[in-house]
Design a protein around this ligand. Structure first.
Ligand code: ADP
Ligand code: TRP
Length: 360
């Protein structure tokens, strides 16, 4: 048959077809193809180990929400990980649900990204075992999060020690390119890179080597005591909670003993100012900082302004969360659909890994 189409167009159509529909097939074969054919994959997780706070929000959630428009995003509730530190089943179930509501209320959008519970994709545990066989003990022994827990007197279980391997499996099983996290998780993503490289060297190119994505301005949000805000330090300001209790927490921020009239040349270091910069519009935050620096602004008034800005910042999310809480079937549906999509992706990569290392 005579073709009236120029040969160059055949090639163009073939490439377009592969770009549009081919990722599914090519993913099975080799990750190198994905760079040519796929959208950027973004992945992050958050543990259901307690109420989410401003550190979680500005360090991980807000950057992750912004990234939803820049690629194919997968976000999950890391309930397997929470098993290393939380030992009450009902509490885990409740926390998992609360995190789902928090994420959806804050702007994680199931139309733009895949939201799911980690344990709805059990394939990740098989990959974690495969990876653990290539993970040097020394690498895990150098883990700062592990060392920190030991230093705080927590009796280490094997899950705490192997935590970064499960995290590597989470990341690698979805061919993730970038992982938005706060600074404290940087080392875990670096360990993932080391493990992926080791596997690729041992068994041939199988995994994409991911990059951490850390927003410098909000990499470490300070807590009520000025240390990194963290559930485990008891210094958090929750995203959602009871107004009176939260007002009390913020009004209780400890300041120094300088009088209101004294100029404060170090105003930028003030904890309330640092938090206000996250929560207020830039002009308002600058105005308070300038007034504190010049002298004349009392700490009580500053903390009041911090509370008001904080409370307003999450007003829309708070209303949305109340609606979601009254519509649990919708939330369950979102998680189920997310899990089905995530599982399809995970199975492909696991098939590739099983083949590469000779299990199949
Ligand atoms: P926590 O320390 O309260 O247990 P997680 O370990 O569950 O918090 O952290 C979930 C996500 O939030 C991670 O990406 C982590 O880096 C980020 N994050 C937690 N606390 C902070 C903080 N104070 N500043 C910036 N990011 C944070
Ligand atoms: N370790 C992360 C935390 O405590 C949660 C997590 C589990 C995660 N698996 C992940 C984050 C994969 C990013 C990618 O915050």
């Amino acid at each position: 048959m005579v073709s009236f189409i120029h040969p160059a167009f055949h090639l163009f159509f073939l490439v377009s077809f592969v770009v549009k529909f081919g990722r599914g097939y090519l993913e099975l074969v080799n990750p190198a193809w994905i760079c040519l054919t796929g959208a950027m994959r973004i992945l992050s997780g958050i543990q259901p180990s307690g109420a989410l706070h401003l550190g979680n929000f500005f360090g991980m959630m807000k950057p992750a929400i912004e990234l939803q428009d820049q690629g194919e995003a997968l976000y999950f509730i890391a309930n397997y990980h929470s098993m290393t530190s939380l030992f009450e089943a009902d509490q885990r179930r409740r926390n998992t649900w609360d995190v789902a509501l928090d994420l959806l209320a804050c702007g994680f959008d199931p139309k733009k990204s895949i939201l799911f519970r980690q344990s709805d994709v059990p394939e990740v545990c098989e990959l974690a075992w495969i990876l653990t066989t290539l993970t040097p003990m020394g690498l895990l022994e150098r883990g700062t999060s592990y060392k920190d827990k030991i230093a705080r007197g927590i009796a280490p279980n094997h899950g705490i020690f192997a935590y970064p391997v499960l995290m590597a499996a989470d990341i690698l099983i979805y061919d993730s390119n970038i992982v938005p996290v706060g600074r404290d998780q940087k080392q875990h993503v670096e360990m993932t890179r080391d493990i992926a490289i080791k596997f690729n060297e041992a068994y041939g190119d199988t995994f994409i080597v991911p990059e951490p994505k850390i927003k410098e301005e909000t990499a470490t949000v300070p807590g009520l005591d000025g240390q990194k805000m963290s559930k485990s330090y008891g210094n958090t300001i929750e995203i959602f909670g009871e107004e009176k209790a939260l007002r009390k927490k913020i009004m209780g921020l400890v300041m120094d003993s300088r009088t209101p009239q004294e100029p404060k040349p170090d105003a930028e270091k003030n904890l309330a100012i640092q938090l206000l910069k996250l929560l207020a519009d830039p002009a308002t935050a600058k105005d308070y900082e300038d007034r504190l620096r010049a002298g004349g602004l009392g700490y009580g008034d500053l903390k009041k302004a911090l509370f008001e800005n904080y409370w307003n910042y999450f007003a829309t999310a708070r209303a949305k969360r109340a609606d979601l809480a009254a519509n649990s079937e919708h939330v369950e549906q979102v998680l189920k659909e997310g899990a089905a999509k995530a599982r399809t992706l995970a199975k492909k990569v696991l098939t590739r890994a099983r083949w590469a290392c000779g299990l199949d």
